[in-house]
Design a protein around this ligand. Structure first.
Ligand SMILES: Nc1ncnc2c1ncn2[C@@H]1O[C@H](COP(=O)(O)OP(=O)(O)OP(=O)(O)O)[C@@H](O)[C@H]1O
Length: 201
């Protein structure tokens, strides 16, 4: 199982419970605004502590309330791409990409996969939304994660940029072979990218 998740948390004045077990490839978390999709990614990444339940990814237990296991975020080996790209504004694209990387050995390969090689010398403020997101995905990949968490990677992009970003994610899915959990509330996006869909809310 890639993701084996069963978590409960009190959020926004109500109890949120999300449970799913998923195989490899891309698993979509699909549901309306406020349903708890981002909270679920935060619990898997270790940024929000569930009140109960467990989180296992690729057979590794990251959290288990009953067993008293709660790995800190830096030991979970998650590549988390937030809804806003959150690049470091004072570092060029190349330095952003290499921020969590142990070496630059895979820089060229990842830059090619995401079609961002021409951007390496640019400053984040000069990038389009789609470019910034692809850089954020590249940064996550270069940190050598065990799995990827992508929070609405295509939202607020225009049609052309959306297509570019979708293709980049498809290439990552096919090349990296990492389990990916992707949040969206767009049914067409869920259909195209997902190997399976988990409904939240
Ligand atoms: N920091 C927080 N503290 C308390 N409640 C929060 C916090 N962040 C979100 N919530 C609440 O938790 C619930 C789930 O929010 P969450 O962001 O996980 O939903 P979502 O499905 O990702 O929504 P969206 O699609 O709008 O991003 C909502 O009711 C929200 O108001």
């Amino acid at each position: 199982m890639s993701f084996d998740v069963d978590v409960t948390v009190r959020r926004g004045g109500r109890d949120l419970h999300v449970a799913f077990a998923a195989g490899g490839g891309v698993t979509i978390l699909f549901g309306p605004s406020g349903a708890g999709k981002t909270s679920t990614l935060d619990m898997i990444a270790g940024l929000l502590r569930p009140a109960a339940g467990h989180v296992r990814v690729a057979e590794r237990t990251l959290f288990d309330h009953a067993a008293g296991i709660d790995l800190p975020p830096e030991r979970r080996r998650a590549g988390y791409v937030f809804q806003d790209a959150r690049l470091f504004p004072h570092r060029r694209v190349r330095a952003n990409l290499l921020y969590g990387a142990r070496s630059d050995a895979r820089l060229a390969e990842v830059a090619a996969t995401l079609d961002i090689a021409p951007l390496l010398g640019r400053w984040p403020r000069s990038l389009s939304g789609g470019e910034a997101r692809r850089v954020a995905i590249g940064r996550a990949l270069l940190a050598d994660p065990d799995f990827l968490l992508l929070d609405e990677p295509l939202s607020s992009l225009d049609a052309d940029r959306r297509e570019e970003a979708t293709r980049a994610i498809e290439r990552v899915r096919d090349a990296a072979g990492l389990p990916i959990l992707l949040v969206t509330h767009d049914a067409a996006e869920a259909d195209r990218l997902g190997d399976r869909v988990v409904r939240v809310g």
